[in-house]
Design a protein around this ligand. Structure first.
Ligand code: GLC
Length: 591
């Protein structure tokens, strides 16, 4: 036992409780996962986000593309990925790197052609990988023909497809033709959310960049056109969509001023209450109709929502509550992103995970720890000393919890966030306007690190669109595949274990030792599957986990290590107690 080891549960009473919980814990009905059927493939799937600019360049122009993704399907299959979500690859001026779409039924020439996409869908099928596309329903590009028509004349048939207003009388630098924006709403990307168009003498609303005008979802023609675009892709064989910024589809029809919350955000704008621009009830009708539309296709097509919501229970409505007739998966950004307070706190993770089990009417949670909009988890949760172990610990949690896991490219390698150090190097516009407080999202979008050579194997060109991280010499697929101790090998083992262990995909999840602030311990169990226990040390100190007397030795209740990064626990059948090294994972079968 190490000197500063903290005891997890060393009393007989605690041990007895541990055993009791192990054998016969009462689990609320809502924690029981719905029965797993073939049609609900997303419940046992592992999803992987690809930022297409950054994954693999096949033609040497420094920008990733569809043929590049195609060339790496073998890697993804071997890793154990079931479905890839490709961030927008549609034609786009690229102000928001694809999230400003100018044609919903095409492929941006920088990424390839429609024929490349068809080939990718076919090849992915051969590799048993489904493809999910990123559908941006809230807004288009200002270069989309719908908007150029809408902005050219008030009597254009497309005018009412966007959110327009005449403004209110007023003067000053913000005024146009003696009119001011109709309210105080600000764009998430900085400045007023209203942009004046002289040709129509009106303002239009944009939640994001001014080049991303919001569509008017109160006009049924918008829904019809968007659903038709989605059918275009469903007909080509894609497995579903990630719905971008979906809570923002509708705005307050009266355009009332938002309540000021005090203080300013990273863009220097006042913090506003978002309830007039986000989460309006009308959006649920759209999602229900969309779900019905997807239901008319074979092979269980999937809807995932980008649902940044303040509380776990708010996610429930996005699944359709007890009706389960909206999204099949709503991104839970609460377990993996704790806002300003991102820190490894077992109690807080436990609480959020339990909420996701009990507050969603049994719907399947979707956990996301990393994506293209946020500093990578390794940097948010890393303590600067044990970053690699912390990254693995988060991977252990993500891949052994009951939620569907979503990985972000490079997470499995331990790729870092490479934040630009000079404003002139920034590519993401919010990093330019927000500098130095907001440095943009380039850091988490750097090229995938495939090998130690030039451009990390990402491109044969002389430069990549964002600089390749210097640590690619050691943090890369090829090198890590050779090293049995690497982060990639750890993820591969976790993914294999998940695939081969029914309890990890089908079992309910029961927390043990719920008062322990240092170790997150849970059991995955169900009828007719072997139960598995997972113990995760969330601290930089060794922690002792005591095993109840009855659990020791051969026979019912003893623990057999399945996977661990603690050498002392490998291959062992655990008798009385184990010491978990700092940030260690121990996964054991309960025999
Ligand atoms: C989503 C995307 C983000 C994009 C925004 C506007 O949040 O993830 O990258 O900038 O929507 O489309």
């Amino acid at each position: 036992m190490q000197k500063n080891a903290k005891k997890l549960s060393d009393t007989a009473a605690a041990g007895a409780m541990w055993l009791a919980m192990l054998c016969c814990a009462a689990v609320p009905a809502t924690a029981e996962p719905a029965p797993d059927t073939d049609g609900e493939w997303w419940k046992s799937a592992v999803l992987y986000e690809i930022y297409p600019r950054s994954f693999q360049d096949s033609d040497g122009d420094g920008v990733g593309d569809l043929n590049g993704i195609n060339a790496r399907l073998g890697y993804l299959e071997d890793l154990g990925i079931d479905a890839i979500w490709i961030a927008p690859m549609f034609p786009s001026p690229g102000v928001d790197f694809g999230y400003d779409i100018s044609d919903y039924v095409g492929v941006d020439p920088r990424y390839g052609t429609l024929a490349d996409m068809d080939r990718l869908i076919g090849a992915a099928r051969q590799h048993h990988i489904r493809i999910l596309l990123d559908m941006v329903l809230n807004h288009t590009s200002d270069q989309h023909p719908w908007f150029t028509a809408a902005a050219a004349a008030r009597d254009s048939e497309k005018h009412d497809w966007y959110v327009w207003n005449d403004g209110i009388p007023g003067g000053g630098p913000q005024a146009h033709e003696g009119r001011l924006p109709p309210n105080n709403w600000v764009s998430l990307f900085g400045g007023s959310a209203w942009e004046w168009v002289p040709a129509v003498h009106q303002y239009y609303y944009h939640m994001f960049y001014r080049q991303q005008p919001d569509l008017n979802w109160r006009n049924p023609a918008v829904e019809k056109a968007m659903f038709a675009s989605m059918r275009f892709w469903l007909d080509r064989g894609i497995a579903g969509f990630r719905l971008d910024a979906i809570p923002n589809l509708f705005e307050d029809p009266k355009l009332r001023n938002a309540r000021e919350l005090g203080g300013v955000n990273a863009q220097g704008d006042p913090n506003l209450d978002g309830s007039l621009t986000s989460n309006l009830p009308e959006v649920h009708g759209v999602i229900r109709r969309l779900r019905r539309m997807l239901g008319s296709y074979p092979d269980s097509r999937l809807l995932i929502g980008e649902t940044y919501l303040p509380r776990t229970r708010d996610l429930d409505a996005w699944y359709g509550g007890a009706r389960h007739d909206e999204l099949q998966l709503a991104m839970d950004m609460l377990v993996g992103f704790h806002g300003d307070r991102d820190r490894l706190d077992a109690a807080s993770f436990r609480q959020h995970i339990e909420e996701a089990q009990s507050q969603l009417h049994g719907s399947q949670p979707l956990f996301v720890f990393d994506n293209h909009d946020n500093v990578r988890a390794i940097d948010r949760y890393g303590d600067g000393v044990h970053d690699a172990q912390i990254n693995r610990l988060l991977g252990s949690l993500l891949l052994t919890s009951r939620a569907t896991p979503l990985l972000y490219y490079g997470e499995e390698l331990g790729m870092r966030t490479i934040t630009p150090v000079r404003r002139e190097d920034v590519k993401d516009p919010i990093g330019i306007t927000g500098w130095p407080r907001q440095k943009g999202r380039d850091g988490e979008r750097t090229p995938m690190q495939w090998s130690p050579g030039a451009q990390a194997g990402f491109s044969t060109g002389s430069a990549a669109w964002l600089p390749v991280a210097q640590n690619h010499v050691t943090v890369n697929v090829a090198t890590e595949l050779e090293d049995p101790q690497s982060t990639l090998q750890w993820y591969r083992q976790l993914l294999r274990l998940r695939r081969d262990t029914p309890a990890l995909t089908q079992g309910r999840m029961t927390m043990l030792n719920r008062d322990n602030p240092h170790v997150l311990t849970y059991v995955r169990s169900g009828t007719r599957v072997q139960a598995v226990m997972v113990a995760l040390n969330f601290t930089a100190e060794p922690q002792i986990l005591s095993i109840a007397r009855g659990a020791a030795g051969p026979g019912r209740g003893s623990l057999r290590t399945l996977l661990t990064d603690a050498p002392a626990l490998r291959g062992s059948r655990i008798a009385h107690s184990v010491t978990l090294p700092p940030f260690a994972t121990w996964i054991a079968a309960i025999d």
